[in-house]
Design a protein. Structure first.
Length: 360
């Protein structure tokens, strides 16, 4: 059989791309990403005050300027040179257009090479992150557990982890500010620190205070981390938890939809952090839901947020479900809302269900 050559494969790929049903939506999202990445909010607000023609002229100029400033020095010089050649071709001789085009193509190849190398490194980082993540849901007498995390990019800044300490199960859900490598590094540091200090610390308040001191001392400047840390006891409905700047968890049950009290400051913001430990009574059949803001801030194609009100509606429907079914219902609600829009933030969940005591 004749082997398909690269040009044939390229043609087939382009034809397949053009027949993609969501191509128009994908292009629209790419344009929106460029708009939001290169222009700050003040500039975007200024554009909205302009007429259509003036807006497009200013937008084109600002995007070109912003893209030039983000190039390395040699590429910036080459790009400006190519623009001069294009202008010279338009004003005098078209012969200048050819070398100008070659220079732009060369710059694009260099940028693509950098992107592919960075992507390879990110995929390596993702493999390391996945190796650190829990591979199964933890088991403890009297409880069902379900843990889930899905990063928005190759690497994420959400922390989902658990640790068995004697007859207790400790669980953590954290969210590092920002995205990318910096957030992923701080998440990995927090995870390794928690695993090191939790077995020797009896108090959740002391645990979080010590973690804050370490992140404040050794963390990345400008980054902080919210965290909910829980402790379950085998065959008991007494749940201890501490909340450092995170969205409060919910308890869902028969005639019960309770948002737990808000916590204190996030980790890494202050030199000294002292937070109070909470104790929650969870009845048999009750479900605890801990989530990251990637759930409530999920966006659809119109850029609207999932938001708290929609979350409350889904939570009210979780009564009687297992921990896994409750978590999957939340995920399906988000997926139905976003309708294929690109994931904008890491999304993580911990769902815990108190089981009825076994009869003797």
């Amino acid at each position: 059989m004749k082997e398909t050559n690269p040009p044939d494969r390229l043609g087939q790929t382009l034809i397949s791309d053009l027949h993609e049903a969501d191509m128009r939506q994908s292009v629209r999202e790419e344009l929106r990403d460029v708009y939001e990445y290169y222009l700050d909010q003040e500039t975007r607000d200024e554009l909205q005050q302009m007429g259509r023609m003036s807006r497009w002229l200013h937008l084109t100029g600002w995007l070109v300027k912003a893209s030039i400033l983000r190039l390395s020095r040699p590429r910036r010089v080459l790009f400006v040179l190519s623009l001069g050649m294009f202008l010279g071709g338009l004003l005098s001789s078209l012969v200048w257009v050819v070398p100008g085009s070659l220079i732009v193509t060369f710059i694009l190849l260099l940028e693509l090479k950098d992107k592919l190398l960075a992507q390879d490194r990110l995929l390596t980082g993702r493999a390391v992150q996945l190796a650190l993540m829990p591979r199964e849901n933890p088991a403890i007498a009297g409880w069902e557990t379900w843990l889930y995390t899905r990063p928005a990019r190759e690497v994420g800044g959400d922390l989902v982890d658990y640790l068995h300490v004697e007859n207790h199960l400790q669980l953590a859900l954290g969210d590092v500010s920002g995205k990318g490598i910096g957030a992923a590094l701080l998440m990995a540091q927090a995870q390794s620190t928690l695993r090191a200090i939790a077995p020797r610390t009896d108090s959740l308040s002391v645990l979080v205070s010590e973690l804050n001191s370490i992140l404040r001392r050794d963390g990345l400047p400008g980054h902080f981390m919210s965290l909910v840390y829980l402790e379950l006891t085998a065959s008991s409905g007494k749940v201890k938890l501490i909340n450092a700047g995170h969205m409060p968890p919910f308890v869902v049950g028969r005639h019960r939809l309770e948002e737990l009290p808000k916590g204190g400051a996030a980790l890494g913001l202050m030199e000294v952090l002292s937070l109070d430990e909470q104790t929650v009574d969870v009845r048999p059949g009750d479900v605890i839901v801990i989530y990251s803001d990637g759930l409530t801030e999920a966006r659809n194609v119109e850029r609207s947020f999932f938001e708290r009100e929609r979350l409350l509606g889904v939570l009210a429907s979780l009564e009687g479900l297992s921990a896994r079914s409750a978590g999957q219902r939340l995920l399906h609600a988000v997926e139905d809302f976003t309708e294929g829009a690109e994931q904008s933030d890491d999304l993580s969940l911990i769902v815990l269900k108190r089981l009825a005591p076994e009869l003797p």
